[in-house]
Design a protein around this ligand. Structure first.
Ligand code: UTP
Length: 480
């Protein structure tokens, strides 16, 4: 499309102001603006703006809501042998090379306020390993354990992509084979004002922001990785966020349940810590599994108790850990079937932008609407979906905030506590231990640790502040 056609298209959509200062731009700025403008789906923006104006602030009807069923963890009464069978099935899938890992790392991390991609943030209690190093080591240890390559996909954003790639390069991919680590950027959406006009961050730039972790499904398809992996026999993706160092990146039982149930998306839940905890709630609505955010679910439903047990009626909190089927991703992310498109959520935010005269201003109140997709909105689109329970202390302690709850302090505390628990279960006296770190190459779960510890001879003297490690080069096989 040539320039005048593009400008006309924007004019027709009531967005002609995007080119208001075009003639004042230099050639580089002109090219950049044209590039941005070509990628914008004007029809999508116009219908989203309309939707926001009409329904954005209305509340949903939750009259037919019910709690979602989930598979109980053995620690809370689940069937141990059932979990054992699932693990065996997952391990078989891993040995056959059916599984890839996937991290969404395109967020802006504004709450943490850290200057750099969040994955580069030092996160472990003793060694201060970056989040990316933690996941690299876990994936590498799992690849060794199951004797097969586990490819790792990392979704970045245009803002942090170059820095993320450089970080891995400087650290020699933490021992992973760089051919098996794949970066790709997520999509962007323009921010609009409350009347649906696209906001400009400067005379030559549209104010764009990442399209949410749900945008990962589109981005996975667009990047070509879905087709590439499918053609190699990989059909299952283990999805996790960049901010949770406790996550089991590759969990055979979870993968096994997903395979056994022939699910298209599977999810992990934890018991909510308290009624109003700020997590998504797994529910059933219109006979489909859904996640309803704490901000959307009415308080009385968050607090409602089961009439017989007296426990929370909606106890299942989402921790953003999923297994996805690649063919499902191809369908949802492919964009060919409007019925399978993820909905956009609206967030009213302060967006620095220029006014009609071209002067930049930073608003004191929210002036813009940002559009984001959420991964959990794919649950109701799936033909089959399964939820399993996990223990919070084993798997969820995200680093979201600079201090207080869900900060690096609470996460380091929880990582140490997990490793101290393992030692205690292995029969050690842990009374003097407060801070300790165990390398994923020794073990990634309690049962792995017990085996490792029992076989370790001689055992090291336990000291507070210690890092328990194998020689990484010895314990991990050559780069697969
Ligand atoms: P959060 O919801 O915590 O958002 O993302 P955030 O942008 O990282 O942090 P704040 O809200 O600005 O403080 C949860 C996960 O989803 C990824 C993040 O990188 C994180 O792993 N994410 C989020 C994306 O990959 N893209 C997005 O557009 C948003």
């Amino acid at each position: 499309m040539n320039l005048s056609e593009l400008v006309q298209k924007f004019e027709d959509a009531g967005q002609g102001h995007v080119f208001r200062f075009f003639t004042k731009l230099n050639e580089t700025e002109k090219t950049a603006l044209l590039q941005q403008a070509t990628e914008i789906n004007l029809a999508e923006i116009s219908s989203l703006s309309l939707e926001w104006q009409e329904t954005g602030l209305l509340s949903e009807d939750y009259s037919d809501l019910a709690p979602a069923p989930y598979i109980q963890h053995p620690a809370s009464g689940g069937d141990e042998s059932f979990w054992g069978q699932a693990s065996a099935l997952g391990e078989e899938g891993l040995r056959k090379g059916r599984v890839a890992a996937f991290t969404v790392a395109g967020g802006q991390g504004t709450r943490l306020g850290y200057n750099g991609p969040k994955g580069t943030f030092p996160s472990t209690p003793v060694k201060g390993k970056s989040l990316f190093q933690v996941f690299s080591e876990k994936i590498r240890a799992s690849s060794d354990r199951y004797g097969n390559v586990i490819e790792w996909l990392i979704m970045t954003s245009i803002q942090n992509d170059a820095e993320t790639r450089a970080f891995f390069k400087v650290h020699d991919f933490f021992g992973l084979n760089c051919r098996h680590v794949h970066f790709f950027t997520q999509g962007l959406m323009p921010a609009v004002d409350t009347s649906g006009k696209i906001l400009m961050s400067s005379k030559g730039r549209i104010a764009m922001s990442p399209d949410g972790h749900g945008g990962s499904l589109r981005a996975l398809v667009r990047s070509g990785h879905v087709q590439r992996l499918l053609s190699k026999g990989v059909d299952t993706i283990s999805y996790f966020q960049v901010d949770n160092p406790l996550v089991q990146c590759i969990d055979p039982a979870f993968i096994g349940f997903h395979i056994k149930e022939r699910a298209e998306i599977s999810s992990k839940m934890v018991q909510k810590a308290y009624a109003s905890e700020r997590v998504g709630h797994f529910c059933v609505q219109n006979e489909k599994q859904v996640v309803i955010e704490y901000s959307d679910l009415p308080k009385e439903l968050q607090e409602k108790l089961h009439p017989e047990t007296g426990e929370l009626l909606y106890p299942a909190g989402s921790i953003a850990i999923h297994i996805l089927d690649l063919n499902f991703i191809a369908r949802v992310g492919g964009g060919n079937d409007p019925a399978l498109a993820l909905p956009f959520h609206f967030a009213q935010k302060k967006v620095s932008c220029i006014d009609a005269a071209g002067s930049l201003f930073s608003p004191l109140e929210p002036n813009g609407i940002k559009f984001e997709m959420f991964i959990f909105d794919s649950l109701p689109l799936a033909k089959r979906s399964v939820i399993i329970e996990t223990r919070r202390e084993d798997e969820f302690s995200p680093i979201k905030n600079a201090s207080g709850q869900d900060s690096v302090t609470t996460s380091k505390r929880d990582q140490s506590a997990q490793h101290i628990r393992w030692l205690k279960t292995a029969g050690e006296d842990v009374n003097d231990l407060e801070t300790i770190e165990i390398s994923p190459f020794c073990a990634q779960t309690e049962s792995e640790f017990i085996k490792y510890w029992q076989a370790l001879d001689p055992k090291p003297l336990l000291k507070d502040g210690m890092y328990l490690n194998l020689n990484d080069n010895l314990c991990s096989k050559q780069r697969l």
